[in-house]
Design a protein around this ligand. Structure first.
Ligand code: CP3
Length: 335
């Protein structure tokens, strides 16, 4: 409803990474299973998806998975190394590696995800919407090319600037996979989509427009229009108008922008999601309340604001602070 800018009884809230290491139930499951095992076992993925639904008064669930999950059926291997995050042993740096990347039917390549979505939908029984997601082509390309997380994106940008044909080939392949992957999640039952272009903020507006926007636009145009799509990036203050041009019913913004100013700049014909600094959740309940109210006042009670963090919740976040945030948002936005 809020994604479509329809009035709601209060501002809805969910949190990126709402099922994760800050929860003791998650940590105890992680002692028994690896992160990828959890993603690939439908019953476990469903159980983790439902943890925040049971413990917090969130207004949406997001399926437990990862943006890197569709890379494996493409023929790209990676692992999650302790403390380091994802590591790709064979990063992609030339055309002939791109030509052999596979596209696939998600129902065949990722049956566990589709099953997890069906289990969660049954358990939620219409109580709240379930969000599916994908990484956007640029953010996925950055992992594949760098071989993991990066600070300066030197290899990704070098590839983009110096090997235009290979960049186009890689982005085309990712577009095809991402569209299939999003639409299969809709067929399995998700009721909204989020496209994570988490690292697009490393680009100038010129480079975003030239090397990223056409591909993100193709993905969003190709996504099933029966559900709304949230288009999210971080450090995106200078990219907001361009992201809107690429598409999405909702633009997700991080805490580096003033929500009210960002919305005014985007125009009120699009919804917005955000944008509490996740670090605020590590402070005191008083600060959390003050910051939440400041963000709500920036939205001025207009329909089409979905409250969220500006990026994923941090592992050391106290659960009672999250509860306090959700209460504050619900109470202070009640209309
Ligand atoms: O939001 C949710 O609760 C749904 C689940 C979800 C995860 N990852 C679970 C996860 C979602 C939507 C993601 C998206 C994701 N994954 C992004 C985009 C969002 C963002 O943060 O910008 C990115 C860039 C990734 C890639 C990724 N996955 C990294 C870099 C890491 C390691 C860093 C870290 O936080 O540990 C992961 C691992 C990961 N994905 C964890 C979780 C709960 C932690 C795994 C663990 O238990 O050790």
């Amino acid at each position: 409803m809020a994604c479509r800018r329809m009035p709601t009884k209060y501002t809805p809230i969910w949190l990126m990474r709402q099922a994760g290491r800050y929860m003791k139930e998650y940590r105890s499951l992680r002692r028994k299973y690896s992160f990828l095992e959890m993603c690939k076992t439908p019953e476990l993925a469903a159980e983790v998806t439902l943890l925040p639904v049971e413990q917090l008064e969130v207004d949406a669930a997001i399926i437990f998975s990862d943006i890197l999950i569709p890379l494996e059926p493409m023929g790209i291997e990676f692992e999650f190394a302790a403390q380091e995050g994802p590591v790709f042993r064979h990063p992609i740096r030339e055309m002939k590696q791109i030509q052999v990347l596979r596209t696939f039917q998600p129902e065949e390549g990722l049956p566990f995800l589709m099953e997890a979505i069906r289990i969660v939908r049954r358990a939620l029984d219409g109580k709240m919407p379930l969000i599916g997601f994908s990484g956007a082509p640029f953010t996925l390309a950055s992992y594949i090319i760098e071989g993991g997380h990066s600070r300066d994106y030197i290899l990704t940008k070098g590839f983009m600037y110096q090997n235009r044909a290979a960049w186009d080939a890689l982005m085309n392949k990712l577009c095809e996979v991402v569209i299939q992957y999003l639409n299969a999640q809709v067929r399995a039952g998700v009721q909204a989509l989020q496209l994570f272009d988490s690292w697009a903020g490393c680009l100038s507006p010129y480079d975003y427009e030239e090397y990223v926007l056409p591909y993100s636009k193709r993905v969003i145009d190709g996504a099933d229009k029966s559900v709304p799509l949230i288009h999210f990036a971080t450090s995106s203050a200078t990219l907001l108008k361009l992201m809107k041009r690429a598409g999405g019913e909702v633009i997700g913004v991080d805490w580096r922008v003033d929500l009210g100013a960002a919305w005014a700049q985007l125009g009120y014909d699009v919804a917005v999601q955000g944008n509490l600094d996740p670090v605020v959740l590590l402070s005191s309940p008083e600060v959390i309340e003050k910051e939440a109210k400041r963000i709500l006042s920036g939205a001025e009670g207009r329909p089409g604001h979905i409250f969220n963090l500006g990026h994923g919740i941090l592992p050391h976040t106290p659960v009672d602070h999250v509860v306090r945030l959700i209460e504050t948002v619900h109470q202070c936005s009640a209309r």
